[in-house]
Design a protein around this ligand. Structure first.
Ligand SMILES: Cc1cc2nc3c(=O)[nH]c(=O)nc-3n(C[C@H](O)[C@H](O)[C@H](O)COP(=O)(O)OP(=O)(O)OC[C@H]3O[C@@H](n4cnc5c(N)ncnc54)[C@H](O)[C@@H]3O)c2cc1C
Length: 486
């Protein structure tokens, strides 16, 4: 890879969130130990990890954002293994392996929490009989959803279809409003009328295409994986975290990078210029760096600003990726003050209920060690694309809003013993209609910039394994194009 008379290549990674750290880890994992490259990670904040951070507060363990990851894709667990953290992992507790949906009463106030029908995965009924029994839907709504397997696929599939259009077409309006919409907003905080199926849920398009219906496709998938649709808890068992929270992953990454001599620098990147043999990276607090290859692991709007002088068309595409904000209100209560048994991972609230609360995670049921022994920790989510100003309101307004909804739905009597609010203004990239085509144009433009690649949640997946994969793939593209002179 290197000629001993030449200095080693200098790979500079912009952004020390998960994508940036995973990119740096990929460099050190693949490096020739006889000739390791120089690696620098530049991060604007005073800590590494970006969105992922755990707060430890007098017996409470609170995630500021991500609290778990799915192991169905291997990149997360493979990384955990390389970091020597296998023993620190925890699975979702068996008593929490299901989700509840708020079912508003047909008229007036009130309603109740009911389980997501067994075997139902986001859009796919693995067991239609459970849809026929669910109290979430009216009789006509149940029959319509259970008949999904007889709805023919479109003769000419549209180039891109919104999640709402797809779900209504397959399952009917009522199942969308009362089940799919809250499940989707709990994951993407997106507007389902604009969320692209091709970008956000390509697997379900494949089920429809290959099996003619989601029901048949899901049954086939479960059979192949040796899973029983009745055991809907099996999917929740694939979600893991760490005993001491997601911060363990970040601390493990930082320790491994430091051990391999990676320079982890807290300094804001302000400019990016092409130079003869690579890139010149200007930072706020020090001398500019010369890089043979650059991985940009920054939110898309920041990447857009940096690339504007060099590649204005690419910058325009990046600026076109919208973000939404959210607020998370974490509240701790004495167990005795909460009437509901909290026997689930959490609950989701449909938009038709007219509440601001999108979802709540029952953190202390989900994973051990999140609250003192006689207490429970609940995280309420507000905001998203359909309530864009939620995260802008005052602490008082936000916490009172969440508290009122939680009191009403979960029967909470006493005052919270613990509270904190985390606001994320532009943390959630929106995979709106046209996103797949936009990312293709971004990749094409990126390939014309030798020694540069983009990584992060904005492009090919927001989940933790996808973001790790994005960092790893970006290294291959940046270093590969720099070597081949693409
Ligand atoms: C509220 C919330 C909850 C989530 N929950 C889950 C979950 O439970 N499970 C799951 O799998 N995923 C979850 N996600 C998604 C997942 O956490 C993210 O997709 C992932 O962490 C994003 O990593 P990233 O590196 O792309 O971005 P970031 O974490 O945003 O990293 C980008 C970094 O760039 C830095 N930066 C910005 N500007 C500059 C600059 N000029 N110079 C240098 N550095 C700069 C930032 O400070 C930041 O550290 C959640 C996301 C959110 C917002």
């Amino acid at each position: 890879m290197t000629n001993s008379s030449l200095p080693p290549p200098h790979i500079v990674i912009l952004g020390g969130g998960l994508a940036g750290l995973a990119a740096a880890e990929a460099v050190v994992s693949r490096a020739d130990p006889a000739a390791p490259p120089q690696v620098t990670v530049l991060e604007a904040a005073e800590r590494f990890g970006g969105i992922i951070e755990t707060v430890y507060d007098d017996g409470w363990l609170v995630e500021r954002a991500a609290d778990t990851f799915l192991t169905a894709r291997s990149e997360g667990l493979d990384l955990v293994h390389r970091l020597g953290l296998d023993d620190a992992l925890v699975s979702v507790s068996p008593s929490a392996r299901r989700a509840l949906v708020w079912s508003p009463a047909a008229r007036g106030g009130g309603g109740r929490l009911v389980p997501v029908p067994a075997g139902f995965r986001l859009l796919a009924p693995g067991r239609p009989a459970t849809l026929l029994k669910t109290p979430l839907l009216s009789w006509p709504g149940r029959v319509r959803a259970a008949l999904e397997q007889f709805v023919p696929p479109p003769q000419r599939p549209s180039t891109d279809e919104s999640l709402e259009a797809f779900a209504v077409r397959r399952l009917g309006r009522e199942a969308f409003d009362r089940l799919v919409q809250p499940l989707v907003s709990g994951i993407w905080t997106a507007d389902p009328a604009r969320l692209s199926m091709a970008a956000a849920c390509p697997d379900f398009l494949t089920l429809e295409r290959d099996h003619g219906s989601l029901t048949r496709g899901e049954k086939h998938r479960l059979r192949k994986a040796g899973l029983n649709a009745d055991a809907s808890g099996a999917r929740y068992g694939q979600f893991v975290s760490f005993q001491r929270g997601m911060q363990t992953l970040i601390d493990g990454l930082v320790a491994r990078l430091r051990a391999h001599g990676v320079e982890l620098v807290c300094d804001r990147v302000e400019t990016l210029r092409r130079e003869a043999a690579g890139w010149n990276v200007g930072v706020a607090g020090g001398a500019p760096l010369s890089a043979s290859a650059v991985v940009i692991a920054l939110p898309a709007p920041v990447a857009s600003r940096l690339l504007d002088p060099t590649a204005p068309e690419l910058a325009t595409e990046l600026a076109g990726i919208e973000y939404s904000g959210a607020a998370i209100v974490s509240l701790g209560f004495s167990r005795a003050d909460v009437e509901h048994p909290l026997n689930a991972a959490g609950m989701i609230v449909p938009r038709i209920a007219g509440r601001r609360l999108l979802a709540a995670s029952f953190s202390s049921t989900k994973f051990p060690g999140r609250a003192p022994a006689d207490a429970v920790l609940i995280r309420g989510f507000l905001g998203g694309a359909l309530d864009p100003t939620a995260a802008e309101r005052s602490d008082h307004e936000i916490s009172q809003q969440v508290l009122a909804d939680l009191r009403d739905i979960l029967g909470i009597r006493g005052e919270p013993r613990y509270g904190r609010i985390d606001r994320w203004h532009t943390a959630m990239p929106q995979y709106n209609l046209g996103h797949v085509e936009r990312v293709k144009r971004i990749r094409a433009a990126e390939s014309r910039l030798r020694g540069l690649a983009l990584a992060g949640a904005a492009y090919d997946g927001v989940g933790i394994p996808q973001v790790i994969a994005a960092g790893q793939e970006a290294v291959k593209r940046a270093v590969g194009s720099q070597q081949t002179g693409a």
